[in-house]
Design a protein around this ligand. Structure first.
Ligand code: CUA
Length: 309
């Protein structure tokens, strides 16, 4: 289930934030009802009437002054304590070594797992039930990492790593977004967080670590040759080939991912062909240029990328 709702928290961190929002909402609601109620009461009870005498005039009352100073002070103190408690629960201290380093790019996300060496893009896998320490970085401008059901928001700042915890109670797929305006395609900077059982997660990591298979012949082999002849290698990496650049998403296991162009379309063979034909048509402003490949070339490249499971 993919959703951006904060009303269905799926981790201890998100639940703490949700509870704070609900309790604060109730307090603000009560304040509104009491204040608005008193105004309405005063309007009805003390309105001017033909022939009626003025109501009792009251000037200066120490008791009233103390009461209306003390009550707001107590409310602020209570909200402060609740917030403090939530901050402790939603933002525990960062460990020395992160489990995942996530880098915001215009307009996609890179995820590196320093402990295993896995590198992927726009699809972050985690083992359900285990808190994962995330270090957030930016390759260019300010972005903001947000998975509404699992975490608080956190900005990615160039040259200033930030930290956050990500955790999911149970296996599931959760939608993440960039929530800081970062340029033309800010709206299409989505990502998925895939929480799996520890066994599934271990299997995923193992599969992601394997180098890409080199097709021996046929259309896919021609696609790989095209990939290496053109400037694709200046931006992308495919483990097992000479391509090792980090400008664009790592494509080693591209075909195992569910979304293309940071969520702008699903990763299907048809969409991949459209993307290779002209990425600007699908995601205007994307850093990948239109190479004006022929239909045959698009097919060869797509056939190759489909082997990158
Ligand atoms: Cu990245 Cu908005």
């Amino acid at each position: 289930m993919k959703s951006l709702t904060v009303l269905d928290p799926q981790s201890p961190e998100a639940r703490a934030i949700y509870h704070l929002a609900i309790v604060s909402g109730i307090i603000f609601g009560l304040i509104f009802i009491i204040v608005a109620g008193m105004i309405v009461f005063a309007l009805m009870r003390y309105r001017w009437r033909e022939g009626a005498a003025d109501p009792n005039q009251l000037a200066g009352s120490k008791t009233v002054e103390i009461v209306w100073t003390l009550i707001p002070c107590l409310i602020v103190v209570a909200l402060f304590l609740l917030t403090w408690q939530t901050m402790g629960a939603s933002d525990p201290p960062a460990p020395a070594t992160p489990d995942i380093v996530i880098t915001g790019h215009q307009w996609w996300w890179e995820a590196r797992y320093p402990k295993s060496g896995v590198v992927t893009a726009n699809e972050i896998h985690i083992p359900a039930g285990t808190p994962m320490a995330v270090q957030l970085e930016s390759a260019d401008v300010l972005h903001e990492f947000w998975v509404a059901q699992l975490t608080r928001k956190m900005a990615t700042v160039p040259d200033h790593p930030n930290h956050i915890w990500i955790q999911s109670d149970q296996p599931g797929t959760y939608l993440g977004v960039c929530s800081e305006f970062c340029g033309t395609q800010h709206a299409w900077m989505h990502f998925l967080v895939v929480a799996e059982t520890p066994e599934q997660f271990a299997a995923w990591e193992k599969a992601q670590l394997a180098p890409a298979k080199i097709p021996a012949s046929g259309s896919a082999a021609q696609g790989l040759a095209l990939f290496q002849e053109h400037s694709c290698m200046n931006c992308h990496a495919i483990n097992g080939t000479a391509a090792a650049a980090r400008i664009g998403p790592d494509l080693t296991h591209f075909a195992s991912r569910k979304i293309l162009g940071a969520g702008v379309v699903e990763n299907t063979p048809a969409n991949l062909r459209r993307w290779l034909t002209d990425p600007q048509q699908i995601k205007p402003g994307v850093k990948m240029p239109d190479y004006k490949f022929s239909e045959a070339q698009v097919s060869q490249l797509a056939d190759y990328f489909e082997t990158l499971q």
